[in-house]
Design a protein around this ligand. Structure first.
Ligand code: MN
Length: 202
């Protein structure tokens, strides 16, 4: 039985400075993410045959999970999977950081322009009430912007994420306090568009 593990960050904790500070990354990854993974493992341990599935597969089939762990998997499995994803779609800041390749084309076709897309995803992230996420994802072969509450997952809705913004306060509060708009604006500097292009092409 192979338990789920929290992957290392694909860069140093200070690599996203000054947009996301080192202390936030240390706590977000080392405490919050590890906490979700630990609680997911604790839940699945009571039905260890489920460790043969990926955590994304668990989220995709919540209705068929044993009832006693369904909510724990929804919350902590979501937290585990979403953070795995979130670290991957960020990178150290680059000049002129915009979408590339097929994703760039699809963004233009779907939203009219990159600027319009940026505006729509920003608006989605700003208007998540309480804790949650804003997503760029694929559903029925189309690009879409969505929001989810808490750790509810696009994987439970048959959607394939391409990009996300964590708007839980733990993602930004130490540096930005209550000013979520500044965190979201700065997030555009550190999106890993190479990774999103790879995800889109899959
Ligand atoms: Mn988070």
């Amino acid at each position: 039985m192979q338990k789920y593990t929290t992957p290392d960050l694909p860069y140093a904790h200070d690599a996203l400075e000054p947009y996301i500070d080192q202390t936030t990354m240390e706590i977000h990854h080392g405490k919050h993410h590890v906490g979700y993974t630990t609680k997911l493992n604790t839940a699945v341990e009571s039905h260890p045959e489920l460790f043969s599935k990926t955590p994304e597969e668990l989220l995709a089939d919540l209705d068929n999970l044993p009832e006693d762990i369904r909510l724990a998997v929804r919350n902590n499995g979501g937290g585990h999977v979403h953070h795995n994803f979130f670290w991957e779609i960020m990178r150290p800041a680059q000049e002129n950081n915009v979408a590339i390749g097929n994703l760039a084309k699809a963004i233009d076709e779907t939203f009219g322009s990159f600027a319009k897309f940026k505006e729509e995803l920003t608006q989605a992230a700003l208007t998540v009430f309480g804790s949650g996420w804003a997503w760029l994802l694929i559903e029925d072969n189309k690009l879409k912007i969505t929001k989810t509450a808490n750790q509810d997952s696009p994987y439970s809705l048959g959607q394939s994420p391409v990009l996300c913004i964590d708007v839980w306060e733990h993602a930004y509060y130490l540096k930005y306090k209550n000013v979520r708009p500044d965190y979201i604006e700065n997030f555009w500097q550190i999106i890993n568009w190479d990774k999103t292009e790879e995800l889109y092409n899959k």
